[in-house]
Design a protein. Structure first.
Length: 258
C-alpha cells in the first residue's frame, strides 16, 4: 500500500493524572493494538494536560496530519472533563444536548436511582453524530453506567479491555507450556551430571596406574586419589559390617515373656 493509500491515526491522551503519574496509561498500547487489527497505522501519540487551549492545539495539529484522531480521557461529567468542549472548539462547532440521547440516559438513571443533573447531562451532547449514531452511542453509555452513578471514563473502558486481553493471552499460553516441565528438565540435567561425575571418578580409580605411567607428573595426585578411595572403601565396609551385626543381633533376640 502506498503512503497515499494508507490510513493513519494520531492519539491524544488527555489528563493531568497521566502527566503527574497518579494514573498509569494503558490506552496507548490498547489503541495501537486496535489500530493494527483494523489496518490503521498509528503514527503519533501526544499527552496533554486538562487545559482547553492545549487540547485544541493538539487536536488541530494531529487532524492536519492524519486520517483519524483518537482521544482518551476527559469525557465524564466532572468539572475537569473538558475533552468534548475542546474538540468542539477545535472544529468550530457547538455541542447541543441530543434529545434522544438524553431520554435514553435519563431512563437508565431512573432505573438506578441516579439523580439527573446538569453535569451528567453533559454526556448527552453529541454534536456531529447522525441520529442513529447518537442513539447507539447513548445506549453504550447507559449500559456501562458505573456503580458510582457516573458513566465510565475511557480509561476505565480501555483498562478493562486490556485486562481481558492479557487474561486471554495468559490462558492461551497456559495450554502451550507446562509449569512442571522446567523443574523436571532441571532435575534430569542435574541427575545426568551426577551420573557422569560418578562414572569419571570410577574410571580414574580403575585406571589410576595406567594414567600415572602415561603422565608421570600425575603420579602423586593419582596415588593420593587411590589412597583416599581405598580409605573410603574400608570405612564403608566397616559401617556395613557393623550394620549387619546389629541386624543379626536384633533378629536373634527372643521376645520377652509377657
Amino acid at each position: 500500500m502506498s503512503s497515499a493509500d494508507s490510513v493513519t491515526a494520531g492519539l491524544l491522551v488527555i489528563g493531568d493524572e497521566i502527566l503527574s503519574g497518579r494514573t498509569k496509561d494503558v490506552n496507548i498500547g490498547a489503541t495501537a493494538d486496535f489500530c493494527t487489527d483494523l489496518g490503521i497505522d498509528l503514527m503519533e501519540v501526544r499527552v496533554v494536560s486538562d487545559v482547553t487551549d492545549d487540547i485544541v492545539d493538539a487536536v488541530n495539529a494531529l487532524r492536519a496530519r492524519y486520517t483519524y484522531v483518537f482521544t482518551t480521557g476527559g469525557i465524564g461529567p466532572t468539572h475537569d472533563d473538558i475533552t468534548a468542549d475542546a474538540v468542539a472548539k477545535a472544529f468550530g462547532v457547538a455541542l447541543p444536548i441530543n434529545a434522544q440521547a438524553r431520554e435514553m440516559l435519563e431512563s437508565r438513571w431512573k432505573q438506578t436511582g441516579t439523580e439527573v443533573n446538569e453535569a451528567r447531562l453533559r454526556m448527552a451532547r453529541m454534536r456531529g453524530l447522525s441520529e442513529e449514531q447518537a442513539l447507539g452511542a447513548a445506549a453504550g453509555l447507559a449500559a456501562n453506567a458505573s456503580r458510582r452513578d457516573l458513566l465510565p471514563d475511557i480509561e476505565e473502558i480501555n483498562s478493562s479491555l486490556r485486562k481481558d486481553s492479557n487474561r486471554a493471552a495468559a490462558d492461551d499460553y497456559s495450554y502451550e507450556t507446562d509449569p512442571a516441565e522446567p523443574r523436571q528438565s532441571g532435575f534430569s540435567r542435574g541427575f545426568l551430571i551426577m551420573i557422569l561425575i560418578a562414572v569419571a571418578l570410577v574410571l580414574l580409580y580403575t585406571y589410576a596406574a595406567q594414567i600415572s605411567e602415561m603422565v608421570p607428573a600425575l603420579g602423586g595426585v593419582m596415588d593420593s586419589y587411590v589412597g583416599a578411595v581405598n580409605g573410603l572403601r574400608v570405612w564403608l565396609d566397616t559401617q556395613i559390617l557393623s550394620l549387619m551385626g546389629w541386624l543379626d543381633g536384633m533378629t536373634s533376640q527372643t521376645p520377652a515373656d509377657s
